[in-house]
Design a protein around this ligand. Structure first.
Ligand code: NI
Length: 157
């Protein structure tokens, strides 16, 4: 395993839409291992592939209940609302109150290409939304409570 360099704010890669994973191969598994190590080393609760410079749809999450790996994840159900403070490993030292659903259901694939379903509420729901947003070039500041709706997904500067 290896610790990868985390892309930070201002890098255009954080604003790109990622392509689906097609090959569930050894390289994907190695990258997932590296992402988990990188996330833990940085004391984060989630990390998405574009944050290490890879424009593919996968991410890792660990909010304290164990590692979750999601490949080609899609939010298929959501309920409720929450507004809590969020940060991002690509925006060191920046925090903002962000609007999220309270509960989400995510359909995805595991590292072997088998379908999985993950549900989460509270912090896990936020992490799932935050990381899946990264795969569409959306960052948490786009969803801060004072952000205009039309700012979603756009580069802000
Ligand atoms: Ni992030």
């Amino acid at each position: 395993m290896a610790i990868r360099t985390i892309v930070t704010d201002g890098d255009e890669i954080l604003r790109k839409v990622c392509r689906p994973v097609v090959d569930f191969d050894a390289r994907l598994r190695q990258t997932l291992d590296d992402m988990a190590e990188t996330m833990r080393n940085a004391e984060g609760v989630g990390l998405a592939a574009p944050q290490i410079g890879i424009l593919r749809r996968f991410c890792v999450i660990d909010v304290g209940d164990g590692l979750i790996e999601l490949v080609n994840p899609v939010i298929t159900e959501q309920k409720g609302r929450q507004e809590e403070q969020e940060g991002c490993l690509s925006f060191p030292g920046v925090w903002a109150v962000v609007k999220r659903p309270h509960w989400v259901k995510v359909e995805a694939f595991d590292r072997n290409g088998d379908p999985i379903t993950v549900t989460g509420e509270g912090l896990l729901a936020r992490a799932l939304c935050h990381e899946i947003d990264h795969l569409d070039g959306v960052v948490f500041l786009d969803r801060r409570v004072d952000a205009p709706d039309d700012a979603k997904g756009r580069r802000r500067r």
